[in-house]
Design a protein around this ligand. Structure first.
Ligand code: ADP
Length: 376
């Protein structure tokens, strides 16, 4: 495995975005990504707690405790991880859990870690067990045990490391083993953003991209962004292209609506992939319950894509529920597809099943342009 070089936080260029509309170019993504925690919109409680931890580490001149950030993709885990070393003025190394297949892959990162520096491991739940176990003494006592040779001639060398801070990011904290989870002194969960927060992100980023945008158009893009800044950035970029090509370069509400229509984004912000997922459960599996693997096979999609990228928002919006027997459409899910739920039986949601507060809020906010998902 090739090792990424030690880089200062200011040299970092963003990792790649998922393909959605036109992907952001590296330079533009770098330009849009907040450079300091203070510039980040929303997640105020997480920000306040991290700020205290960072300030305390700086004042005491001690390494910051290890931090675990979890939440669906695109909510700002990497952005926080990049802003923290910048606030501490320490170097940052970036690795990905999926690429660290054996302890030896981790060795260069650990031996290169400067005192007080940050090692960011994205998708940390993908670390194989052997690598995870290798991490335990490294994160707790800043030492590693390296075994040289094999069989009876094998010997173990104990190597001391400079104290560093591990920042782990995961979309599935549930997959982390308890011993690894316990090594993180700070654990933060990132939530979906409200419409008002996303509108602010769209407004700021339109200015950075030097495109004129009307306020109701910012809100329209925000309300169609599945509560996710990365989606808002991608949608903004697409609407900007559309405005440049078809509408003289100015984003009005009508231009935003036409552009989002072309992407097949509906009034709740769901795109074609979201609707295909819901329609498969409805038409192929009669509304569920159905295992996510069966849905993934039918859609010819990776199960991880459904569980990590598609389902979190649909679950939060209460269009589907997870039951011990699998995924099931809610009455709101049926209504969104223009279908009628079956008469209630033990398993089906039933026509009269009350719709959850998040769905009601989502529906009202789509109709009246109100904020979505105000923090509970
Ligand atoms: P994750 O690591 O959780 O998948 P990222 O940190 O890569 O998400 O965020 C994706 C993009 O969304 C970033 O490039 C950044 O431009 C934007 N973004 C994320 N969080 C915020 C925020 N709180 N304020 C403004 N923009 C944000």
């Amino acid at each position: 495995m090739s090792r990424e070089p030690i880089i200062s936080a200011d040299d970092v260029v963003a990792k790649s975005e998922p393909p959605l509309a036109s992907a952001l170019s590296r330079e533009e993504d770098f330009a849009l990504r907040p450079q300091r925690m203070e510039e980040m919109v929303g997640q105020r409680e997480v920000y306040e707690r991290l700020k205290i931890a960072v300030d305390a580490a700086r004042i005491r001149d001690e390494p910051l405790g290890h931090i675990l950030l979890d939440g669906p993709p695109g909510l700002g885990k990497t952005t926080f991880a990049m802003c923290i070393p910048r606030a501490l003025d320490v170097p940052l190394q970036i690795a990905s859990g999926a690429a660290l297949t054996a302890p030896k892959d981790l060795l260069p990162y650990l031996s290169n870690a400067e005192a007080g520096s940050v090692l960011f491991i994205d998708e940390i739940h993908r670390l194989p067990k052997a690598v995870e176990e290798f991490m335990y003494p490294a994160t707790e006592d800043f030492r590693i045990d390296i075994t040289l040779g094999e069989g009876i001639s094998a010997r173990t060398i104990n190597m001391k490391l400079r104290p560093f801070t591990l920042i782990g990011a995961t979309t599935r904290s549930g997959l982390l083993s308890a011993p690894l989870r316990d090594r993180f002194q700070v654990r933060e969960h990132l939530e979906f953003y409200s419409h008002a927060e996303l509108r602010e992100i769209v407004r700021r980023n339109a200015a950075k991209l030097r495109i004129e945008i009307e306020d109701d158009a910012s809100l329209k893009i925000a309300s169609c962004s599945r509560g996710t800044p990365r989606v808002a950035n991608n949608r903004l970029r697409w609407v900007r292209d559309y405005a440049t090509s078809r509408a003289g370069g100015r984003i009005t509400l009508a231009v935003a609506e036409e552009a989002l229509d072309m992407l097949s984004v509906d009034h709740l912000g769901l795109d074609g992939q979201d609707r295909k997922y819901l329609e498969t459960i409805l038409r192929v599996f009669h509304g569920g319950p159905v295992g996510v693997e069966a849905v993934a096979h039918t859609l010819n999609t990776a199960t991880d894509t459904l569980t990590d990228e598609v389902e979190p928002f649909l679950l939060r919006a209460e269009l589907v529920v997870r039951t011990p027997r699998g995924r099931k459409l809610t009455s709101a899910g049926y209504a969104h597809l223009g279908a009628t739920p079956p008469v209630a039986t033990g398993d089906s949601p039933g026509r009269d099943e009350p719709r959850g507060p998040h769905y009601e809020r989502l529906q009202e906010s789509a109709e009246a342009d109100l904020p979505l998902f105000e923090q509970d």
